[in-house]
Every structure is written in C-alpha cells, then in structure tokens.
Design a protein around this ligand. Structure first.
Ligand code: F6R
Ligand code: MG
Ligand code: MG
Length: 364
C-alpha cells in the first residue's frame, strides 16, 4: 500500500503574508531530500500557495506515521529558523506546540493523507489554498462527487453511477458522520453548506470502497482558542477510471465561490483559481487563492507536477473573482463582506464595548 501525505503550515511570509521566500522552499527541499535518501520517503514535492508551505510526500508507512509527521514538523521548524533569520513575517506562526508528540494533529499544521493501492495509472490532483479556511473544499467536493451537472460520469459512466460516500467532520464538536450520495444529498447539504462548522474530510467510491479524496480539516483558531492565522487547507483527489476525470475535478473551480478568510481572517471573498506563479495574494491580502498541482504516481514516484490552473480555461473565473472582489470590497467594514461578529478572527468589540459600557441607555 502507498500513502500520500500532504502536510502544510505557514512558518513565515514574504512580504507580509503574501508569498514565500525561496530560501524557505529550498530548506524544505533539502530536508525532504535527506529523508528520501534515508528511505523514509519514496518521493516528495515541495510547493507553496501564498505564505503556506505544502509538503507532498509518498511513502509506505501508513497514515499518521510518527516518522513522516516528525519529518514534516522538523521541516517546519527548520523553515521557521530561516524565517527568523530573514525576519520574514510571522515566523513559525502555525506551530502552536513546543514539542512534537506522536503526530502532527492538533499542533497547528494541516494534514490530508490517503492510503491507496496504486492503480495501473494513478493521476492525482493536490489542491492548495491560501487566505481561507477548512471547509472551503465542501462546495467543490460536492460538485465533483455528487452533482451530475458538474460530473457527467455520475450519469454516464458505470464506475461512478453508484455514487460516493462523504465523510463529514463536525469540527466544532469533534464528531463525524457519513452520507451515501446521491440518496442522502439533501441531508448532507444541511451540513456541507455551513463550512465554518462542518467539513468534508474524505470521499469514498461506493463502487469499490476506495478512497477518492481527502482534505485537511484542522481549524487553527479552535486548536489555539484564539486567532493565529487561517487554516489555508489542502485537498487531495484521485482522478479517472473509478473516479471523476481530471476535467470533472477541476470544473467546480470555474465558479469563484465566496469563502471565509480574506483580510485578517475576518472577511468573505471569492477564491481565485490560479497558477503557482500567481498564488501570491496581495490585494487587500487576497483575494483568497486556490492552486492545483497534478501528478501521475508511478510506484510512489511523483511524476510532475503539472500546474493545473495554468490554463486560459480559468481566465473567466479569475475575471469573475476580480469583479466579485471589487463588489464585496465596496461594502468596506459592512457585513456580509465582513464576517458576522462571532466569526471574526480580529475584533475590537470587547475593548470598545467596555469603553462604552456606561453610555448605553435602556430603550424606552
Ligand atoms: C493572514 C491574513 C492577513 C493578516 C493581516 C494582518 O493569513 O489573513 O490578512 O491577518 O495581514 O496581519 P498581522 O496582524 O500579522 O499584521
Ligand atoms: Mg501568514
Ligand atoms: Mg496563509
């Protein structure tokens, strides 16, 4: 069995929270090269989306493996050292714990892992997002695996026709539930439509039981109990054959959906599908970005990447994202551009409320 592990963290931004310094990528590359030489990993690819560092790793050690998770943690620590030296912005920002204990869950970094029997040909897509939260992948995952207007294969391909099972995590109350789709789409949508609370963790083929997709659902603010940055999630999707085609998996991103996490983690904005070279959110610290790197996996080796949104087919989505960004920005500090009071990551409310506490008068 082959395990694909994507583990990510923001350990320092360049400039501000907009992008990543090349020395950080080089440090991660060096660390993972050593691990490959030592035999911990079969292969790896290091990438970034905005200020987040993504480690794509293949190995045969299973999910939640201590060695692989420690490697990722140590890589983030090494990156933090570089960030401190260069005084990059927010050095070590997502590393919420001082000491590694077993696996990286609950320590700040996000992770998405799947254990698979590699097929004759195994095309996978790794999505990486910045300035948004766990749960943003709910909508595209629903479209990929449950919406026949998106995925033609659900209607006309035997292998997909039985549908898919969605594993949904309640990230506030730490519980999970599975929905068999299409029968249970109405029930599933009650939860999926509230991505700040419920996030799709995994999707399984009902034809074979095989895992089709996994995503990171770690919610930094819930782990830390205070604002420490955005989750900036990842999602890994297997494609073709028993799974949606590459084009069916990418199609949902032609809609620049509105997600949470723009400026100070306190605003809604459209996420823009863009190439890695354009994944440097700068305008009002955004708009949020989603990038996608594609690989053919060959005996664990990552053949690639292909930069999947580097395609004029997504120009219109980018254009629409800019229009929606302009429109929302004109709301300034008003909802719904600004998040509701209880969901903002930054707020002056307690301080202002206490300053004004003596000035409120009861209504007649
Ligand atoms: C970071 C983010 C940014 C920051 C903002 C303020 O993911 O969303 O918009 O929240 O740049 O950052 P600080 O408070 O670090 O100056
Ligand atoms: Mg940052
Ligand atoms: Mg980020």
């Amino acid at each position: 069995m082959l395990t694909i592990s994507v583990i990510k963290a923001d350990v320092g931004g360049y400039v501000g929270h907009s992008s990543m310094h090349p020395d950080l990528l080089a440090t991660a590359e060096e660390k993972l090269t050593q691990a490959k030489q030592a035999g911990t990993l079969i292969d790896f690819h290091v990438s970034h989306c905005g200020d987040d560092l993504f480690l794509v790793m293949t190995h045969e050690r299973g999910e939640l493996d201590e060695g692989v998770h420690r490697l990722a943690w140590d890589t983030f620590l090494a990156g933090t050292e570089v960030a401190k030296k260069l005084k990059l912005y927010g050095a070590g920002q997502d590393l919420l714990s001082d000491a590694f204990s077993g696996n990286i869950r609950g320590m700040g970094p996000g992770s998405a892992e799947m254990e698979i029997e590699e097929r004759t040909s195994e095309p996978i897509l790794v999505f990486m997002a910045d300035k948004t939260s766990a749960g943003s992948f709910n909508l595209p995952l629903y479209k990929m695996f449950a919406d026949p207007f998106n995925t033609a294969g659900l209607v006309i391909a035997e292998a997909l026709h039985k549908g898919f099972t969605f594993e949904v995590h309640d990230i506030v109350n730490h519980q999970k539930v599975k929905f068999d789709c299409p029968e249970e789409i109405y029930d599933a949508l009650v939860f999926l439509g509230s991505p700040a609370h419920y996030a799709v963790k995994a999707v399984y083929s009902r034809n074979t039981g095989e895992v089709a997709a996994v995503s990171s659902t770690d919610k930094l603010s819930l782990i830390a109990g205070r604002y420490v940055g955005k989750d900036d999630p990842t999602c890994v999707v297997r494609t073709q054959g028993d799974f949606p085609a590459v084009g069916e998996v990418l199609e949902p991103f032609t809609f620049p959906a509105i997600v949470e996490g723009w400026m100070r983690g306190s605003h809604q904005g459209p996420w823009m599908p863009c190439s890695i070279k354009d994944a440097n959110p700068s305008r009002f610290d955004g708009p949020p970005r989603v990038s996608c790197i594609g690989f053919q996996v060959a005996n664990g080796t990552l053949i690639g990447p292909r930069d999947m949104f580097d395609d004029p087919g997504f120009d219109e989505a980018r254009h629409q994202a800019n229009l929606v960004a302009d429109y929302l920005r004109r709301h300034g500090p008003w909802e719904p551009h600004r998040l509701p009071l209880e969901e903002m990551e930054y707020t002056t409310m307690p301080a202002v409320a206490s300053k004004l506490s003596g000035r409120w008068e009861p209504l007649e």
